[in-house]
Design a protein around this ligand. Structure first.
Ligand code: 13P
Length: 254
């Protein structure tokens, strides 16, 4: 399986800045066959960047999308409107769940809508600080994986990607800290078991880790058995760091 490096730019960069940044990445990025590089720019830049992207080097992702295809949903953008602009969509990221209050039902509908429009959903799951403190991590992961994939058939399970993204380890969280290798190992193993139990499958589903990934820890996370890549927020906004993480992914590629 490929190793995935996904950069989530979140609400950073103007359209012009995003274009310059993509240009810089593409100029320096080798064309690796076994490392899939994906960037998720702000929604407003997707259309112009889709004309600029060198698809041999990287692919574009949306950071979100709405589950209806068309209609009176002011301010939203549907996955059907993104067809041709993106190949992937991040769904249920920490900020969508805990800043914007998206629940598992909404997230499940978004996963289905992305699949319906042939966009690969990158479903994020992860426990909060207090859920972790109460020993609820496994229950939360099981619930979020099963409800997020509620409407996904066995045939389609290999068309999704999952990210273990503990909320407390995201760098924008005030109390953010690093997830230990053991914690990520256990969580990823658990997610794979849930996939196996429910879909009889799962080995071909890429499972990534996300949460304060940077060039100093990427190698350690990427060598965890069962981890197929990283979702990078803050560090993906710094050209040298993002390129370093991609190089590390190339080196540890199995
Ligand atoms: P950081 O890498 O900044 O912790 O962000 C992780 C994340 O939320 C990616 O979506």
């Amino acid at each position: 399986m490929k190793t995935y490096v996904v950069g989530n730019w979140k609400m950073n960069f103007t359209v012009g800045e995003a274009s310059i940044y993509l240009h810089k990445i593409q100029r320096k990025l080798p064309n690796y066959r076994d490392v899939a590089v994906i960037v998720a720019p702000p929604m407003i830049a997707l259309q112009s960047l889709s004309l600029q992207v060198d698809v041999h080097k990287l692919k574009l992702a949306a950071q979100n999308g709405f589950y209806r295809d068309y209609g009176a949903y002011a301010g939203e953008t549907s996955f059907s409107q993104m067809v041709g602009l993106v190949d992937y969509a991040i769904i249920g990221s920490g900020e969508r769940r805990y800043v914007f209050g998206e629940d598992d039902k909404v997230i499940a509908r978004k996963v289905s809508a992305a699949l319906r429009n042939k966009i690969t959903p990158i479903l994020c799951v992860g426990e909060t600080e207090s859920e972790r403190a109460y020993g609820e991590t496994a229950d939360v992961l099981r619930d979020q994986v099963l409800s997020g994939l509620r409407d996904v058939s066995k045939e389609d399970i290999n068309k999704v990607m999952i990210v273990y993204e503990p909320i407390w380890a995201i760098s924008s969280e005030e109390s953010s800290k690093l997830a230990s290798i053991d914690e990520v190992t256990d969580a990823v193993k658990f997610i794979r078991n849930v996939l196996k139990e429910s879909f009889d499958e799962g080995d071909d589903v890429p499972v990534l880790y996300g949460g304060s990934v940077n060039p100093s820890n990427a190698g350690a996370y990427l060598t965890i058995p069962g981890v197929n890549g990283v979702l990078v927020g803050g560090s993906s906004l710094i050209l040298s760091e993002f390129l370093d993480i991609i190089e590390i992914a190339k080196r540890v590629q199995r």
